[in-house]
Design a protein around this ligand. Sequence first.
Ligand code: GLU
Length: 511
Amino acid sequence: MPAPTMIRESKVMTDSPARTRYAPSPTGKTHLGNLRTAMFAWLLARHSGGQFILRIEDTDQTRLVEGAQAELMDAMRWLGLLWDEGPDLGGRGVPYVQSENLPAYGDAARNLVARGHAYYCDCTPERLDVVRKMQQQRGQPPRYDNHCRERGLGAGEGRVIRFKMPTEGVTICRDHLRGDTRFENALIGDPVILKSDQFPTYHLAVIVDDQRMAITHVLRGQEWLPSTPIHQQIYAAFGWQAPVWVHLPLVTDFQGKKIKKRDDGQGADEEYAKYVEMTRIDTLREKGYMPAAVMNFLAFLGWNPGTTEELFTPAELSAAFSLDRLSLSPAVFDVDRLDWFNQQHLRRLPPAELAAGALPYLKVAYPDAPRLDDSGWVDRLLGAVKEELITVGEVAEKTRFAFIDPVDYHGEVREHLQSAAAEIALNALREALPAEDAVSPETAEAIFKTMRAALKTSHNLGGKAIMQPLRAALTGVSGGPHLTDILVLIGAGAARRRLDQALTAVVTGAL
Ligand code: GLU
């Protein structure tokens, strides 16, 4: 039995500048699982002072989706995963789109044939189908039976080129996270490396390009682990040194299963479909999640800094990142966690940045509100609701009270207005309102303080009994910012109008 293929020393030490790449196939919508892979590759490049490369693997022309490449690049830019070399930027590995480099893969495949590592094969799909069925009947794993290996077909006779895998022994593949995995060579049929349309398969193109682009670390999903022995053998046949492989564990749903696509025809229920939507960058973008928070969340899907610290900016993440702290366990995609990260990042935003994020939403929801041009007022408004926001996309709903008078009163709000103290409290605030519209925070505070003290003495009313109907009348909702903030934001005029409207409803019983 031949000796197992030897593992050579890694191309580089893990702390010298790494050249990493993200190599997507533009076959569908970008989701967070894929971008997490891209992000870890980006973090390693940034951490080590190396380069991050974007390469488009479009060799399976049947699966291409129109517009997918542009959408993917847009998603990466949004998240902040900026590449140093790529289809739009060029670089030392031009071209960065595989379909633009077909002659190079053809030459590489023919070079392997010339040196006895590959051969032409003319097996038809029908023959391959028969072989597969026979193997199935015998309970054998499906593999090419190497029928053409010794036939010595010439270039004109073959449809495809296949690589000669060793037929016995094992190939041992070293993964930076998983250590060594042994693969029985006899179980792997000779794979196609050049197809009849002259396009390479993934196996050939990925190696030619990782070599051309001097990639030092390949970070990719664990589903590629079974391909690694083929890759290792192809590297050996070329006499090239393989990169460091890092196969990342899956991102799963709550049941620990691969997240199903909505269109998988398995009739995922509505709740699950919504959950899947949350793994799409365009959904998160639309809802107003912050790129830095999404990146922080993604980093913790499979990595941790080894401390209890959880909040990291992208720059802090790249400073702290290390391959050795990647985890091997599958990472569960948890929307509550994502919300938590976003909320924390949002709370830390400087007011000007919060305003810049919130204003587009506010302007769409309240197009005729002149106060949106008053930055002092906007900052006060956002400061008042900031703690309640999970995403900035919720801002229009949470600030409705500042723009629109309540239309009617429901549930708890209605109950508060039906309380014994409601009429007294509403009248008391109405009396206390100043004549001019603008109310300063000091005035608002003084109004409520005086009013509470007076109603305590005159009617023995506690704070809640007064404040709940007031909030109900002024906003029409039960939660929200402090009453003083509400009064300052809406002004005395709107407060008087809303109190009158609620008082009419209370007095006439039209609640
Ligand atoms: N084109 C492959 C994919 O879409 C890339 C795998 C790799 O990174 O080697 O997953």
